[in-house]
Design a binder for this molecule. Structure first.
Ligand code: ZN
Ligand code: ZN
Length: 368
């Protein structure tokens, strides 16, 4: 019996002369599982204790499926028990693909040596599986960024998955010889290529009131900037050419927006790529943007005249009554529901006309 046990499991060895303690590993699907079996002096399985040590991710599943000590006591012999144990392990491994991808020991030593080269101060977070890391990086303007790296079990042979809060796709080149330090320096280069874009947006964010997005992230290329009460401009800055004239949309009542649109069209040729977007917008529109230094934000986030809230899910009121004396803002969805319910409203192509819920003038229209 012992001979076939050792033949089948060369890493599981008797630990004493009496052969009552076995210690070592059993191998299932190219993975080794540490185990220890303690038999009573008469070597009868009925009193045997089995102790197994299994790598954390599927310990729970395994103990549910298999009470190993009990099975050991019921087995006819050790060979039969180990065979049964291996069969169960194989089933568990096959049903849980993530367990199969647990890295070999050299993965961890490789990871530690790479982190030592990169510098532990760059590590913000590592998960309990040692597969997902967050590395910090600072660009030349002192902005903090985070690179999320998901290492593959075959690291560094297989390229890791990388992601970051960027306005452009993160393209990383990776070879089996690449290291985390090289990855980090590639990330720094990507950050440097975007500093001008972030400089432009940081200036807008600090010197104007931003209505949208609520909390701009580093990947956001759009800003809706307050111009006045119920008037705003939405700009879409190109991360690759941040100083060029961005795409612009003026939002607000027609009587306010039309003169601004005329100025934008007439002065577009004055756009100076050596100047910042904010300076250019001021020059082209011939306005001063209200800023945190001059205005309270509450003067711009006027609530919707139908639902009385400012934010409806992510949307803010972007439709206004076109009567210059009213100018009440509404959410697009609220206004559409309102006009649809009115018998007096009419639709021409994709535009709905109807009475303003506030001033009752037929001055609200909506593109649907
Ligand atoms: Zn509303
Ligand atoms: Zn109105």
């Amino acid at each position: 019996m012992e001979k076939s046990l050792v033949n089948d499991n060369p890493l599981l060895l008797p630990f004493n002369r009496q052969q009552t303690v076995y210690d070592g590993f059993i191998t299932v699907q190219e993975r080794d599982f540490r185990m220890r079996i303690v038999l009573p002096p008469d070597r009868q399985l009925k009193q045997a204790k089995h102790c197994h040590f299994i790598i954390p991710p599927f310990k729970d599943v395994f103990s549910l499926a298999f009470d190993s000590s009990q099975r050991l006591q019921q087995s006819a012999d050790l060979v039969g028990f180990i065979l049964e144990l291996k069969t169960v392990l194989e089933v568990v491994l096959k049903s849980r693909p993530e367990c199969r991808s647990i890295p070999p020991p050299q993965y961890y030593s490789q990871l530690i040596s790479e982190m030592e080269t990169l510098g532990w101060d760059k590590l913000l977070f590592i998960d309990t599986e040692f597969q997902m890391l967050r590395l910090k990086a600072e660009d030349s303007a002192g902005r903090q960024h985070i690179l999320t790296v998901k290492l593959k079990s075959k690291h560094p042979t297989e390229a890791p998955d990388c992601s970051a809060d960027l306005p452009v796709p993160l393209a990383i080149s990776w070879t089996p010889q690449s290291t985390l330090e090289q990855l980090h320096s590639q990330f720094l280069q990507v950050l440097e290529s975007l500093t001008e874009f972030w400089d432009i947006l940081d200036e807008i964010d600090s010197k104007t009131w931003i209505l949208e997005p609520e909390k701009p992230s580093r990947s956001d290329t759009m800003r809706r900037i307050a111009i006045g009460n119920n008037v705003s401009i939405k700009v879409e800055v190109d991360p690759r050419h941040p100083r060029m004239l961005p795409e612009c949309w003026l939002l607000g009542a027609e009587h306010v927006v039309t003169p601004l649109r005329n100025k934008l069209n007439a002065n577009m040729h004055l756009w100076n790529p050596d100047s910042s977007v904010l300076h250019n917008l001021r020059d082209v529109l011939e306005i001063e943007f209200p800023s945190p230094a001059t205005h309270e934000k509450s003067s711009f986030n006027v609530e919707c005249g139908i639902c009385y809230s400012y934010r409806l899910e992510a949307a803010i009121p972007d439709q206004v009554c076109n009567d210059p004396r009213c100018g009440q803002p509404f959410h697009q969805t609220c206004l559409y529901e309102w006009l649809r319910a009115l018998h007096s409203s009419r639709q021409s192509f994709n535009i709905v006309f109807g009475e303003c819920p506030y001033c009752s003038k037929v001055r609200v229209c909506l593109t649907v």
